[in-house]
Write a protein that binds this ligand. Structure first.
Ligand SMILES: [Zn+2]
Length: 407
């Protein structure tokens, strides 16, 4: 059983750049084009924090493999779900901080990387994507590109190959038995195998209860938190109005030095309360440090690798084992792996992993420019109409990477 632990990479001096890294950009793009062409529409993309940095979302670690935020102390899964007064305190702290930290996460916009990858999906070059990110930006980008493709398609012809990028809003996953003896290990997210995006470590866009995995959107939960905590709600509105943003970590946790969480009210699951159970803990659909990946997510991730012809890995150090083992599985099955990512990674010594040690965005863009020029059709027209719509947002000023981006 694999639990998510705090990633820790050995730091070693970088060797000389390899041949792929030394190629001029146009040749790197050509190499990527050949890789995707050989993948015959079955290339699986795996992404990590590196693709979201341009959306102002900080990575756990920087270019040199060190923590971007050395003072960050994440909440562990065991603390969050502990059924004791101490667990209550952790939940108050988590949800109070997360309540203030959520609006910027909710409003975050896809950057060029997300648009380019959604374009690969819409063009049928790499229809499926696994991300380690919890920021929902791949789905937002895919929705935008799919809408653009639909606008450019002859009226009446809906695209059967484009499943919705968002999970159905019907809400609940499997509800299981209402009996209180239901074990939490037998319930989990209800996944659709045709879903174009799999969030390996969950998503901040939804929450669920521990007892029965009753799901709801984070927006609905945020409204409930606001109603229960009017004073915090005023603070949140004031922060939004003044543009004041607390330091937000990648899991949506926020740093509020000196804040008193004692009086923050954390509601229990409304559906469980209706069943007569009033101790059901609600947590975000995010895998915490110390938590095990849901079996359904793990199975779907391996199925996607099994069904893929090859892997394109972008913007990740693969420090978490849940992602690294997918690369291992692909290599054991003899599938090619191309990695475009800046900085050291756990797969650097893995046999058969080709790596461009560089930022993925410019290579993706150069490839798409070549591809779109030599192809036509509604997909191409749709992609062209939104290709420049990604928004680059710098990191908050307190981030060391924002002060010296070249470091
Ligand atoms: Zn519930």
């Amino acid at each position: 059983m694999v639990r998510i632990s705090i990633p820790n990479l050995p730091i070693r001096p970088a060797g000389p750049p390899n041949a792929l890294t030394r190629l001029p950009l146009a040749d790197q793009a050509k190499h990527l084009g050949e890789f995707l062409a050989d993948g015959r529409g079955q290339t699986l993309v795996i992404t990590g924090a590196g693709v979201s940095v341009d959306s102002g979302i900080r990575a756990y670690r920087g270019k040199e493999g060190s923590y971007s935020n050395p003072n960050y102390q994440p909440i562990f899964f065991g603390q969050l779900v502990e059924d004791a007064p101490r667990g209550q305190m952790f939940r108050r702290r988590y949800w109070a901080r997360s309540f203030l930290g959520y609006p910027p996460v909710r409003d975050a916009q896809p950057n060029p990387n997300h648009i380019y990858l959604a374009s690969l999906q819409a063009l049928g070059l790499a229809p499926h994507l696994i991300t380690q990110n919890v920021d929902n930006l791949h789905r937002k980008a895919l929705a935008r590109v799919q809408a653009a493709v639909a606008r450019n398609s002859p009226s009446g012809s809906s695209s059967p190959t484009s499943p919705s990028p968002f999970p159905s809003s019907s809400g609940s996953g499997p509800t299981g038995s209402p009996s209180s003896s239901t074990s939490a290990t037998h319930i989990g997210p209800h996944l659709d195998p045709s879903d174009p995006v799999l969030e390996l470590h969950g998503t901040l866009a939804r929450v669920h209860c521990m007892a029965h995995y009753h799901e709801q959107t984070r927006d609905a939960w945020q409204m409930q938190l606001a109603e229960e905590n009017p004073v915090w709600d005023e603070t949140a509105k004031m922060m939004e109005e003044t543009g004041q943003k607390p330091r937000t970590n990648p899991d949506g946790d926020v740093e509020l030095p000196g804040a008193d969480y004692t009086h923050f009210t954390v509601p229990t699951c409304a559906e469980c309360t209706a069943l007569g159970e009033d101790h059901s803990v609600v947590k975000p659909n995010v895998i915490f440090f110390g938590e095990t990946l849901p079996v359904a997510v793990k199975d779907q991730s391996f199925n996607l690798v099994h069904n893929a012809s090859r892997l394109l890995v972008l913007g990740t150090s693969l420090a978490t084992y849940s992602a690294f083992r997918l690369i291992k599985a692909a290599r054991e099955a003899g599938k090619p792996v191309l990695m475009i990512s800046q900085g050291p990674s756990r797969a650097d010594d893995t046999e058969g992993v080709d790596k461009m040690d560089t930022r993925a965005g410019p290579v993706l863009r150069a490839f798409l420019d070549q591809y779109l020029e030599s192809h036509s059709g509604p997909q191409v027209q749709g992609v062209l109409s939104v290709l420049d719509s990604g928004i680059v947002k710098s990191l908050p000023a307190d981030d060391p990477r924002a002060v010296s981006p070249s470091s």
